[in-house]
Design a protein around this ligand. Structure first.
Ligand code: ADE
Length: 243
């Protein structure tokens, strides 16, 4: 899958995309992540990517030409279906479902806004999707783009070593993940729950499901409204609530 990230700070993208699981996926050719420097698509002496707003007011606005030119240059190199995503606090809130949908695409172009805003014609005539990673304002779209790349890339086949971990963890089941422990079985007097040492797989499965349900009920009860629950799950939740 190809990710092209349009930015005035390509170093920010490189600093993250070269490391850890993303870095390894990139080396193995499972993903291509490229930071496209918008300054390479400017034509003035100062290589400006922003200008003052028409109508006055504070701050600077991202100019349309470098963004349109950069996108068109990418499309001429790789024609075909592409989503052109603007990272902005005005966008649709990013979640696991959106990550799963985006993981079905073959090419994403991401535009990182900087400064006080971007020329509205970019939004109207170039962008296909607007994504926000939460209700807070970052200094630019780069960290948001990286969050989206990371969440999407880890869903692609082969990117995580253990495919089953994609399915059991928080959110993909619609519930929060159960607690995990590793050796030692006792640390500073704190014990690992007995059932996990029992070797009884059915009891362990039931304990983990109970923990997931209990955690979700306590920390994120909103998730239970859309989680796929069995009759047994519903009985357990009822029991927890009655305690
Ligand atoms: N750019 C600035 N803040 C942002 C946010 N919360 N999500 C996506 N892009 C942004």
């Amino acid at each position: 899958m190809d990710f092209d990230i349009l930015t005035t700070f390509p170093e920010m993208i490189e600093a993250v995309a070269g490391l850890s699981i993303l870095g390894r996926a990139r080396q193995r050719g499972l993903i291509r992540v490229e930071a496209v420097n918008l300054r390479d698509f400017t034509h003035d002496r100062h290589r400006s990517t922003d200008d003052t707003p028409f109508g006055g007011g504070p701050g600077m606005v991202m100019k349309p030409e470098p963004v349109f030119d950069a996108v068109e240059s990418l499309l001429s190199r790789k024609p075909g279906k592409v989503r052109i995503i603007l990272l902005t606090p005005q966008g649709r809130r990013f979640d696991q479902g959106m990550a799963e949908q985006l993981a079905c695409e073959s090419h994403l172009i991401m535009i990182c806004g900087r400064y006080e805003g971007i020329d509205e014609r970019i939004r109207e005539h170039l962008v296909t999707d607007e994504i926000s990673i939460g209700d807070y304002v970052l200094t630019g779209g780069e960290l948001a783009a990286l969050a989206v790349v990371d969440a999407v890339a880890r869903l692609l086949p082969g990117v995580l070593g253990d495919e089953s971990s994609v399915h059991s963890e928080s959110f993909s089941s619609g519930l929060l993940e159960y607690p995990q422990y590793t050796r030692p079985a006792e640390y500073r007097g704190y014990q690992v729950p007995e059932v996990l040492l029992s070797g009884n797989h059915e009891e362990i499965r039931k304990w983990r499901r109970l923990q997931s349900l209990e955690r979700t009920l306590n920390k994120r009860p909103d998730l239970l409204e859309s989680a796929p629950l069995t009759e047994e799950d519903r009985r357990i939740i009822k029991r927890i609530k009655e305690q």
